[in-house]
Design a protein around this ligand. Structure first.
Ligand code: EPU
Length: 428
């Protein structure tokens, strides 16, 4: 069992470089299957969700070469299988993108029900709605989802009942080589939707409108390999913005697209931080008090749900009461019990959390209940008066590249250690 040990209290100072976007990477890697050739993917984050995607590609017969720390060459020419092994697909939520990519290339795919963070029910009915509209049949048996289009895929109009990132991307993957034109309506508009569309177009697809409510796709007969660089991670950038604000520090966050950060910037400014925007960096600092806020998470360009736990951590130190409403996930407040151990009073009723700010956070043993909740624990521990320990850090390492090294570079007192085995386990 590994853990982070953090002595809080140091205002973070200096510069940190943001890695490539996790949620773009985990879609772009499966999308290379559509190229039936060699793709060079640059600016990949070094995180375990990317490793899991690469493991699946390799298991399917792709040849993957590491060109440098953040660049992979993926040759999908010789993939023949269409079944993603159960134990690999369970490792992460985004394994569902193999459904769209394999269906798009081979007309069939079988993938286990995906794993990933537990944020309440995570249905995939909208993914299946798009696949069946394109002519595929689906079945779920023994925890495996099977989709197949025996007579090929044809373009169709699909109106999503809810705005979903995963179904928007999966529908694009399945539609790019379908016959005719596809129109996807009420789609998600997150920066990584646009990134995946740009990647597909670089491989020869004809996808227009990504970033708006309607995406139009003209099916092409064939796609090809390409070289593509992934956008910076909006949520990792936002996390370091919170780290600067919560510790009363001054940090230049580099390799970002400031436009993608606007919903976060605007809330941090209201909370009392100063945010300066440059071409590809932002500087975040805070000297005065943290002001309480009301936040509701929404699909992009609203305030991102993935920043919700991090903002809760910040608002624990606000001068008053804040209200956070979770607009995307049914159960994304499971972590508040952990923050309560630090002396904060947080009341949760359904999708609403009311946070009464305190002057100081007490150090505590904390658990990373999921990826972003884990990052929130790190932020709270950085601001606490003493030494906190965070367990179950595997969740955090799914999505944050070298979080320990990056925070140490900003002056944080954080170490990653292995927990000694309990006596009982030693005895066994
Ligand atoms: N939904 C449905 N039916 C579907 C799909 C989604 O009802 O078929 C609902 C969900 O239950 C949820 C809402 O629609 O209430 C939005 O879900 P969405 O499909 O957008 O989420 P996702 O694609 O499963 C991605 C990110 C999440 C992020 C959400 C929302 C990846 C791999 N994951 O999940 O990221 O919270 O979009 O922005 O891209 C994270 O990085 O920590 C993370 C959880």
């Amino acid at each position: 069992m590994e853990k982070f040990v953090i002595r809080g209290g140091n205002p973070l100072m200096g510069e940190v470089v943001v890695s490539g976007a996790k949620n773009a990477a985990v879609a772009i890697l499966p999308a290379t299957i559509l190229a039936k050739g060699k793709c060079v993917i640059e600016n990949l984050p070094n995180i375990s969700d990317v490793t899991a995607s690469v493991d699946i590609l390799s298991a399917m017969g792709a040849q993957v070469r590491l060109l440098n720390k953040h660049t992979l060459e993926v040759d999908t020419s010789h993939i023949t299988g269409t079944v993603v092994p159960d134990e690999l697909s369970r490792q992460m939520r985004a394994s569902y993108y193999f459904l769209g990519a394999l269906l798009g290339r081979f007309g069939q795919a079988t993938v286990a029900m995906p794993g990933g963070c537990n944020l309440g029910p995570r249905p995939i009915d909208q993914h299946l709605k798009a696949f069946t509209a394109f002519g595929a049949k689906d079945s779920v048996e023994g925890g495996m989802i099977d989709v197949r289009a025996e007579n090929g895929l044809r373009g169709e109009e699909v109106f999503f009942d809810t705005v979903t990132v995963g179904a928007t991307i999966n529908a694009m993957l399945a539609a790019v080589m379908a016959e005719g034109t596809t129109v996807l309506e009420n789609v998600a508009k997150e920066p990584h939707i646009v990134d995946v569309a740009n990647f597909l177009n670089t491989m020869g697809a004809d996808v227009r409108g990504a970033g708006t409510d309607v995406i139009k796709i003209r099916g092409v007969k064939k796609m090809h390999g390409c070289t593509y660089s992934i956008i910076p991670d909006q949520i990792e950038a936002g996390s370091y913005m919170v780290a600067a604000a919560i510790t009363g520090g001054n940090v230049l966050i580099q390799n970002v697209i400031p436009k993608h950060l606007e919903p976060i910037t605007s809330k941090l400014e209201k909370a009392g931080a100063t945010v300066e925007e440059f071409d590809d960096s932002v500087r975040v600092s805070r000297q005065g008090d943290i002001e309480p806020l009301n936040i509701k998470t929404m699909p992009h360009p609203g305030f991102p749900t993935d920043m919700q736990p991090l903002m809760t951590a910040l608002l624990c130190l606000a001068k008053g009461t804040s209200i956070i409403t979770e607009g995307i996930w049914e159960n994304r407040f499971r972590y508040v019990d952990e923050l309560s151990r630090m002396g904060v009073n947080i009341q949760v009723a359904g999708r609403v959390a009311v946070i009464e700010g305190v002057h100081h956070l007490r150090p505590a043993p904390l658990r990373a209940t999921d990826l972003r909740a884990g990052a929130a624990m790190v932020m709270a521990a950085l601001a606490a008066d003493g030494v906190s320990e965070i367990s179950e850090i595997g969740h955090i390492e799914r999505g944050y590249e070298d979080i320990v090294g990056k925070l140490q570079g900003l002056g944080a007192d954080i170490r990653r250690v292995s927990k000694p085995e309990t006596l009982l386990r030693k005895a066994l």
